[in-house]
Design a protein around this ligand. Sequence first.
Ligand code: COA
Length: 387
Amino acid sequence: MRDVAIVGVGLTKFGERWSSGLKELMAEAGIMALEDAKITSNDVEMLYGGTMAPGRFTGQEHVAALMADQLGFKNIPAVRIENACASGGSALRQGYIAVASGIHDVVVVGGVEKMTDVTSSEASTALGGAGDQEWELFQGITFPGLYALIANRHMHDYGTTEEMLASVAVKNHDNAVKNQFAQFRKKITIDEVLNSKIVSDPLKLLDCSPISDGAAAVVLVPLEKARKFNDTPIKIVASAQATDTLRLAERDSITELKATKIAAAKAYEQAKVQPKDINVVEVHDCFTIAEILAMEDLGFYQKGKAGKAILDGETALNSKLSVNTSGGLKGCGHPVGATGVKQAVEIVWQLRGDAKDRQVNGANVGMTHNVGGSGSTAVVHIYKRAD
Ligand code: COA
């Protein structure tokens, strides 16, 4: 196995991108990543494209070949990776494996979703495909509904409050204000979250990630060749993934995501680091309760303790642990297939020292955590500046 480094990153602004289709979004992020790695399309040997439901959102399938075509990658192999909202993180892991194995030297991993061309209710139905159709979606529950069940149980078992949930959204909007690529560059208050309309009790509008368009891309190469491309390569020191049941009803507990715990344990072992060594982390806050679960399941807090810590400001920018400096899914937006790749882009900027107003001081070790469905897939990566 070879060590793998990220030498190029690209991102589009997330949000309602009315004037850009899938092709334009992919091209915008892809070209930025190629330029960052100082390579041309002729240098790329393999493409993995993460996307969840382009057929339902836009009618377009066969997106990996389209991405390769759009970026001028002539006749190379290209594969679409679909793992619900963890499609981007899963694509990154496939790219990592392709380079680590020695099969390819220059691999581009892209992530894209164009979700705003359909109505919110059509988007909700498409997103529902990430759950168990027969047991959950056909019975009328949506993703906000599934996470509301989790939130209610967490509140019941651990005394987590609606203010604690709201504080996740407030923090992530604070960070998004500092991110030019974010969908919501607007501060919000706990009262505004609590008074926003109920989506699925106890989750309100401002507890939810939005429907978004956007794309992200990274360039992966073997670490030993990385400095030919970029002076500050970022090494991927762990890549781990796990699954769990699709239906919540079959889990031992719904106040933890077992897939996150398993993937995190493997990642810490591979990277030979502990939670206390991580300086900056992008976690999957599709709903505010999801960030609380992530903080606990990734080992940063004991079960039931993360909500208060977030409310107390322990995970704000440049506090004890900087969490979701991009604004997370809540503030930066959540074009589902792009999110996992965007998380990696943010960590690369942080570890390079290129995160501008939202730079974490002394960021040396970073982590990304990308979840599919209600926790049926979890992907965890750990990154370090290459020595
Ligand atoms: N956070 C903040 N503002 C939001 C928002 C969000 N999540 N979603 C919508 N808005 C804003 C819009 O910008 C719009 O503002 P404007 O009136 O100033 O233009 C307003 O709220 C109404 O937007 P609209 O698109 O009509 O909202 P909606 O009620 O149709 O959809 C949700 C809101 C929460 C239902 C939708 O965003 C949603 O389904 N989110 C969850 C997505 C999801 O499940 N992802 C997968 C996770 S596993």
